[in-house]
Design a protein around this ligand. Structure first.
Ligand code: AMP
Ligand code: GLY
Length: 429
């Protein structure tokens, strides 16, 4: 089989790396990839969806795997399907679960899926009145995709009102024309994944992300500064509960709404005192959750991806190694704000000989044999070990080999879980 992966981040590096290990696969391409991906598979510069279709036809690609949210929500899967190209990723209609927070909230309400209480608004005055009525803390969300910046967890009414004015005032363009205002949930956050074939779903692991830029969960929100997998809070019983109360009802709801969900469903959950509640859905793999999860995956990824397209998920077994994985993201200084591009990263060759460590690249290019940083999030240094604590030690030992003065990372990835869970933190999730 020939496979094309769409995207150029750490998630796509982890996916291409895993897919290439499948005995079913003869060749892997990535559009457009990065310097790390080009060490493992073949990068192809495909700028438009039309270019991708043409490439798939020319190369007789057997499977396309879409990484990032934008092409998923844009309907790249529909374009490829209409050209008879087999694709892993939901239709644009089904991807509304990620593309419109209001759509997802309405599905949850209609089908009794546990989530924060909410209302939707398209006009400012009723939104402000609702905030006054409910009080703070309260959460304000732009309806559409806003590069992870369209959510404000407001601790005061003023902050909430300012956020609504900002969002409705055009800060996020059409994504902010409609706003969801929801109840503030307290608890531990978990990223939970399921593979879906339109009718059925199977578990596909868990992880926990670190969204804030700096140690101690301080600083601005980012795309994710580090993960570990599995999430110890996801015991066997809790995983079953999430499948029963959240994932299966969603898959059945989407089928009933005539927009069957095929692909990976990424549930952002809050584990509250009254049980797991959905914060949001993403219609794709997580970044940097995928880096940790691919490190642990022990079974062949490709048959699982194919079963989402063709059906037969019930026959697929997903097996993870019993160890834990932990990924430390290295980012350019200034990220998620402004940062410089073009700095030199050295020392990566010292890590290539380390056992159970893999550096997944994100914003890198290769120039005259050197690795140059070109993005905000640049590297995901990922380690596998018996416990989260041991994986943390190994990952930071690798980070310390990297000579990149213009980069930074959090030094506390996994720290909270290491102090709060004693004993074996691993389950097969
Ligand atoms: P989202 O883009 O919906 O995942 O929101 C971004 C972040 O905001 C989440 O990862 C949570 O940390 C936080 N958040 C979102 N919704 C809520 C909520 N209802 N209660 C508390 N925190 C929330
Ligand atoms: N790490 C969070 C995300 O992929 O959205």
């Amino acid at each position: 089989m020939k496979v094309l992966v769409i995207g150029s981040g750490g998630r796509e590096h982890a996916l291409t790396w895993r897919i290439k290990q499948s005995p079913l696969v003869s060749e892997v391409f990535c559009a457009s990839g990065n310097a790390g991906i080009s060490q493992d598979v073949t990068n192809v510069p495909l700028a438009t969806y039309a270019d991708m279709v043409a490439f798939c036809k020319k190369e007789t690609i057997d499977l396309v795997v879409i990484g990032p949210d934008a092409p998923v929500v844009d309907g790249l899967a529909d374009i490829l399907n209409s050209n008879n190209i087999s694709v892993f990723g939901p239709s644009a209609k089904a991807a509304q679960l990620e593309g419109s927070k209001g759509f997802t909230k309405d599905i949850c309400r209609k089908y009794g899926i546990p989530t924060a209480d909410y209302e939707r608004f398209t006009a400012l005055e009723p939104a402000l009145a609702y905030i006054k009525q409910k009080g703070a803390p309260i959460v304000i969300k732009a309806d559409g995709l806003a590069a992870g910046k369209g959510v404000v967890v407001a601790m005061t009414e003023k902050e909430a009102c300012d956020a609504v004015k900002d969002i409705m005032g055009g800060k996020f363009g059409v994504a902010g024309a409609s706003v969801v205002i929801e109840e503030f949930l307290e608890g531990e956050e978990v990223s939970f994944f399921a593979l879906c074939d339109g009718q059925d779903a199977i578990e596909f692991g868990s992880a926990q992300d670190h969204k804030r830029a700096y140690d101690g969960d301080k600083g601005p929100n980012t795309g994710g500064m580090g993960t570990y997998s599995p999430a110890p809070i996801m015991t066997d019983a809790m995983r079953k509960r999430v499948m029963k109360e959240i994932i299966y009802p969603t898959v059945r709801a989407m089928a009933a709404e005539k927009m069957p969900y095929k692909g990976v469903l990424f549930a952002g959950l809050m584990m509250t005192a009254s049980g797991p509640k959905l914060i949001e859905y993403n219609a794709r793999f997580g970044d940097p959750e995928t880096q940790s999860m691919m490190m642990r995956l022990d079974s062949d990824l490709v048959p699982a991806l194919l079963a989402c397209i063709k059906g037969g998920l019930e026959k697929v077994t997903i097996r993870f190694k019993p160890q834990a994985a932990l990924c430390v993201v290295m980012a350019a200084k200034g990220y998620p704000g402004e940062y410089k591009k073009g700095s030199l990263i050295q020392g990566l060759e010292k890590i290539s000989t380390m056992q159970d460590v893999k550096v997944f690249h994100a914003g890198t290019v290769s120039k005259d044999g050197n690795i140059i940083a070109t993005g905000g999030r640049v590297l995901g240094v990922t380690a596998l070990a018996a416990t989260i604590e041991a994986a943390q030690k190994l990952a930071y030992a690798a980070v310390d080999q990297i000579d990149w003065p213009e980069g930074f990372c959090r030094r506390d990835i996994g720290a909270k879980v290491i102090t709060s869970y004693v004993g074996n933190a691993c389950s097969n999730a």
